[in-house]
Design a protein around this ligand. Structure first.
Ligand code: BV8
Ligand code: ZN
Length: 249
């Protein structure tokens, strides 16, 4: 796989690099994506499991589905793509990492600043009074824990469909998209909004847009460079080539 010269040039002139990641960056760690042929949404219905209505109509089903995903994530390690992205954070004057993932594998790989647009699956809070829920979760327990403050049901701290994204993360993402010199869209189908707007905003703001994805997406047409290898292969290669380029130039 060749890393195009024009990308190495854009990176060597870049003061601010920004990146949006999706489920594809965790695929090589063994976590299923959502919309690939064997993706989660082919087996499960997102409106039933990842929505307020779904939780209200069957809290036990939704709670057990998230406990099931947490179990998988607990036995999962970051892949070379996550580690290379963590290293990129130190190589640029400004580096902004924005993710749609709830698995915290970027942080596990050493990324210090990660804006989570869709929350995270590790934390929980009260559905009613929003109070963070810190008590240990007994995953064998089928019933949904209740809030010690108000007795409300406890839910995972992810952003469900129809729910607003965390304001600070969304603002940071929009700001980075408008100010960055190079923007990477990695392992996302770019179909879930408002996250899918961010790469387009970066392009419109003059950023050099790079897509890392083995498949075509709604964004591919707009990319200045498309790297079609899996992210766990692409980023270690990109770092190696970029270090060589910086030495020679
Ligand atoms: C909201 C957390 C409003 C939970 C998730 C405008 C137009 C149309 C619809 C809408 C719109 N605006 C809003 C909507 C509705 C909806 C939406 O976008 N629907 C879509 C489906 C049409 N958006 C919302 O509901 C959002 N909220 O709009 O609120 C509002 C306004 C005011 C007041 C109140 C409310 C909330 C959206 C967030 C939902 N939560 N997750 C959980 O995880 O359980 S979304 C879920 O999908 C994941 O978080 C994920 O991040 C997201 C996107 O999926 P991707 O990450 O892109 O994964 P996908 O499987 O699709 O693609 C993987 C890609 O990786 C593929 O392209 C594949 O080729 C590639 N790949 C595979 N292997 C690799 C790889 N790439 C690189 N390397 C590899 N190895
Ligand atoms: Zn409560």
């Amino acid at each position: 796989m060749e890393i195009p010269q024009k990308l190495l040039e854009a990176l060597s002139n870049a003061d601010h690099v920004a990146m949006l990641t999706g489920a594809g960056v965790s695929a090589e760690s063994g976590i299923k994506t959502f919309r690939d042929p064997d993706g989660l949404w082919t087996q499960f219905n997102p409106s039933e499991l990842a929505s307020i209505d779904g939780f209200m109509s069957n809290p036990e089903l939704v709670w057990s589905w998230y406990q099931h995903r947490i179990e998988i994530i607990r036995n999962t390690k970051p892949n070379p793509g996550h580690y290379a992205i963590a290293e990129m954070e130190k190589m640029f004057n400004r580096f902004t990492l924005i993710t749609q993932n709830v698995d915290r594998l970027h942080q596990q790989a050493g990324s210090k600043l990660v804006y989570e647009l869709h929350g995270n699956i590790i934390d929980n809070h009260c559905f009613q009074c929003k109070m963070p829920y810190k008590e240990e979760i007994d995953i064998s327990e089928k019933s949904v824990p209740t809030c010690p403050e108000c007795g409300g049901l406890i839910r995972p701290s992810v952003v469900w469909f129809g729910e607003m994204l965390p304001f600070d993360a969304l603002c940071a993402a929009d700001e980075a998209a408008q100010q960055c010199d190079v923007f990477f869209s990695v392992g996302t189908s770019a179909e879930v909004y408002p996250a899918a707007n961010i790469p387009h905003l970066a392009k419109k703001s003059g950023a050099f847009l790079v897509e890392v994805n083995p498949n075509l997406t709604a964004l591919s047409y707009y990319a200045d460079v498309k790297l079609g290898e899996p992210s766990g292969v692409t980023f270690p290669k990109l770092l190696e080539e970029f270090k060589k380029y910086k030495k020679e130039n």
